[in-house]
Design a protein around this ligand. Structure first.
Ligand code: ATP
Ligand code: MG
Length: 153
């Protein structure tokens, strides 16, 4: 189906607002002014964002700030989820999209999870002929960037 990435992002974030606030998070939502038509499965893309938000919440301890952004790129519809959480060591970044991989940390608060979320994210992105990029620094936070092919409007 032809869908607008901005619509999905706005809907998911608005459904998450209460949850974020309850957990003590502040968040910023910044949507591109122009629509971002892409070919895709709305539910699946919502699932991607939900997984990224879940992680951003789960792996933020001190600074609880999440920014969700969409941008119109060069023939790409771009969605980024940024947190100021614990970050991911360079040596682990390539592996976080693998099934069951979890960064080993001794902290109980981070011990919940199966390590499947990001493998599902990767699978959905692949099915949409998209791309995912990760920038992260331990102690500073992480940015997950998802790029979808933009449809000509
Ligand atoms: P699940 O999503 O299945 O409940 P999970 O969150 O552990 O479990 P993934 O979402 O696949 O699994 O993430 C894999 C690992 O990557 C996590 O265990 C965590 O170590 C690391 N990770 C993912 N997102 C972040 C993030 N935003 N900040 C820091 N580390 C992260
Ligand atoms: Mg997860």
């Amino acid at each position: 189906d032809k869908i607008d990435l901005n619509e999905i992002v706005a809907e998911v974030v608005s459904n998450y607002e209460f949850h974020l606030r309850t957990k003590g998070f502040s968040h910023v939502l910044s949507l591109s002014e122009e629509p971002l038509p892409i070919e895709g499965d709305k539910e699946a893309i919502a699932e991607v964002l939900i997984n990224l938000l879940d992680n951003a919440i789960k792996y933020s301890t001190d600074t609880k700030e999440i920014t969700v952004r969409t941008v119109k790129g060069n023939e790409k519809a771009v969605m980024t989820v940024q947190d100021k959480g614990i970050g991911i060591p360079k040596g682990d970044q390539a592996q976080v999209f693998e099934k069951f991989f979890r960064v080993s940390v001794g902290d109980l608060a981070q011990s919940k999870g199966t390590g499947l979320g990001l493998s599902l994210v990767k699978q959905i992105i692949d099915e949409h002929k998209g791309d995912v990029r990760l920038e992260s620094e331990p102690g500073k936070g992480s940015i997950f960037m998802i790029l979808f092919p933009l449809l000509k409007q």
